[in-house]
Design a protein around this ligand. Structure first.
Ligand SMILES: C[S@@+](CC[C@H](N)C(=O)[O-])C[C@H]1O[C@@H](n2cnc3c(N)ncnc32)[C@H](O)[C@@H]1O
Length: 220
């Protein structure tokens, strides 16, 4: 299947997009980083950057940060976004739990996207999973009340763990039944084939796709 792509820009923006994390380690001033005070959404584990490319192109009124700890994927994402001349997106080569904990201030984000996080299927590796209680607490801290965490996985056991951890956390409400929340403004036609490379691949293989959405409650 040929997927729609976006035209290249005359001016590349790779060096604007590349987010080198400053020392000392402290919460980033996001308005200074982007040069405006628009809302900021975070994608964890960009892979080759398909979601960020589509989202940052379609939603110019939103700033995006992408985190990817594999150097080759981080560089690929920066290259793809830079070719399109995008300026409302930054990509850091960083580990997500550490970035959220040490680089983001309270209520600084308007959304979090996690698409196909590594499932670490072996029991002895479960502690490496991104979705764990300490990270949920940090997500709750950095999210503005009312904002959404969107999660997609093909892994049934990890999906069950995610549902359980978010489900017992009083700071989050289950919005997974609200399918219209997957219709991101301006992105409807891109969601149909799958919003990331892993989703496209796994749907072709006929794997089940588990989607969920959790809303940060007003209190807690
Ligand atoms: C299975 S791939 C999915 C990539 C992309 N989201 C997609 O759906 O096509 C998971 C990606 O997340 C990255 N990743 C996993 N854990 C991470 C973490 N804790 N911090 C930053 N990146 C992470 C991996 O390097 C990998 O590129």
């Amino acid at each position: 299947m040929t997927l729609p792509d976006l035209p290249c820009a005359a001016t590349r923006t790779d060096e604007t997009i590349r987010l080198e994390l400053p020392e000392p380690v402290e919460p980033l001033d996001l308005a200074a980083l982007f040069g405006n005070d628009r809302v900021v959404e975070l994608e964890i584990g960009t892979g080759k950057g398909r979601f960020l490319l589509l989202a940052a192109s379609a939603r110019r009124d939103v700033n995006f940060i992408g985190l990817e700890y594999a150097r080759a994927y981080a560089e690929k994402t920066i290259e793809r976004l830079g070719k399109r001349g995008l300026t409302n997106v930054r990509v850091a080569r960083a580990e997500a739990a550490d970035f959220i904990t040490r680089r983001l201030g309270d209520a600084s984000l308007a959304g979090i996207h996690v698409y196909f996080p590594d499932p670490w299927p072996k029991k002895r590796h479960h502690k490496r999973r991104l979705i764990r209680p300490a990270v949920l607490s940090e997500m709750a801290r950095v999210l503005r009340p009312g904002s959404l965490v969107r999660l997609v996985t093909d892994h049934p056991d990890y999906a069950a763990v995610m549902r359980e951890l978010f489900g017992v956390d009083p700071r989050f409400a289950d919005e997974s039944g609200s399918t219209e929340l997957w219709q991101l403004p301006g992105m409807e036609s891109y969601i149909a084939p799958g919003v990331t490379n892993f989703e496209i691949k796994y749907r072709r293989q006929g794997r089940p796709i588990h989607r969920m959405i959790w809303r940060r409650r007003e209190s807690g």
